[in-house]
Design a protein around this ligand. Structure first.
Ligand code: NCD
Length: 303
């Protein structure tokens, strides 16, 4: 039962609970009328202290499709955070207005802190360079839909593995599934943090060459170099185009490999790859709304 639960990190829900969420998301996609008005009268607060397109809009679309309503801000300058209000106070106050809170914040641990003071469920929509568990729900559902099961896969993560919170969350989540091996492809400066690697109970190798490993991958998870987390713009400019996936590199990959990306995509996937049937990143973004509908209906007790 997920009613009343927070979602702060990728390990918060059991594999069984995730399976139920994915089944519900698939049903919501198949049957557009199912749970249509189930959250009528419920309010979702979306507190976005950092930019977002997909995550915020897919949460809002999910809530509206369930018959509920949304309030919040997409621009921290327009909230009391700009006056110096603490997250603890914001969480306490917003709990009095809304039935659940979705929060994105540039500070690692922000959603966890908010959950300690909120009287309603808190969903982490990204805390700095740490975790992004609802993107992971989207990614896992996409893998399940495209591959049939989340098992027996070699998964390559490529790009900014240091600051990429979607990578941290997905790698940790995947390591709980059977027979998953991982390939971490990044420049030495952008390797996955030790604390993430230490938590993986699954075999992995690290390399700086995509060409060397792409032929053995079942899934290639491309990521954007996270400019906003760099201290030094020159370093960003030097590293930003470290990897560009194009048709030539796709020729080295298996015929049934799939390419995922949490989006937004910059130069790391050439537009020519969009036409390749193995490109699954736009489908992935679409699944994000259904899995967030399933999540909201579950934690609000509307299913
Ligand atoms: C990601 C994020 O915010 O971490 N975006 C998203 O939620 N789909 C990835 C990114 O910004 O690069």
């Amino acid at each position: 039962m997920l009613k009343g639960r927070h979602l702060i990190g990728p390990g918060d829900f059991s594999i069984g609970e995730l399976d139920s969420l994915f089944c519900l998301a698939e049903r919501l996609e198949r049957e557009p009328e199912y749970l249509r008005q189930s959250c009528r009268g419920k309010l979702l607060a979306t507190l976005f202290f950092e930019p977002s397109t997909r995550t915020r809009l897919s949460f809002e679309a999910a809530m509206l499709r369930l018959g509920g309503s949304c309030l919040g801000f997409a621009e921290p300058g327009s909230s009391s955070a700009a006056k110096g209000e603490s997250l603890a106070d914001t969480a306490r106050i917003v709990s009095a207005y809304a039935d659940a809170i979705v929060m994105r914040n540039p500070k690692e641990g922000a959603a966890l802190l908010a959950s300690r003071y909120a009287a309603v469920p808190v969903i982490n929509a990204g805390d700095g360079g740490h975790h992004h568990p609802t993107q992971t729900l989207t990614d896992l559902l996409t893998i399940k839909r495209v591959r049939g099961a989340i098992a027996d896969l070699t998964v390559g993560f490529c790009g900014d593995l240091k600051f990429g919170r979607t990578v941290h969350s997905l790698a940790k989540a995947l390591s709980r599934y059977p027979r998953i091996t991982m390939r971490f492809v990044s420049p030495p400066e952008l390797r996955a943090p030790e604390y993430i690697k230490a938590e993986l109970g699954t075999p992995f190798i690290e390399t700086d060459s995509l060409e060397r490993v792409i032929g053995g991958l079942d899934i290639l998870y491309m990521t954007r170099v996270q400019r906003e987390r760099f201290f030094n713009e020159e370093e960003y400019i030097r590293l930003k185009d470290s990897y560009i996936l194009n048709s030539e590199k796709m020729r080295l990959a298996k015929k049934d490999m799939i390419v995922l990306h949490p989006l937004p995509r910059l130069n790391e996937i050439a537009p020519e790859v969009d036409e390749d049937p193995r490109a699954a990143y736009f489908r992935q973004a679409a699944y994000g709304m259904y899995v967030r509908m399933a999540l909201l209906a579950s934690i609000l007790g509307c299913v």
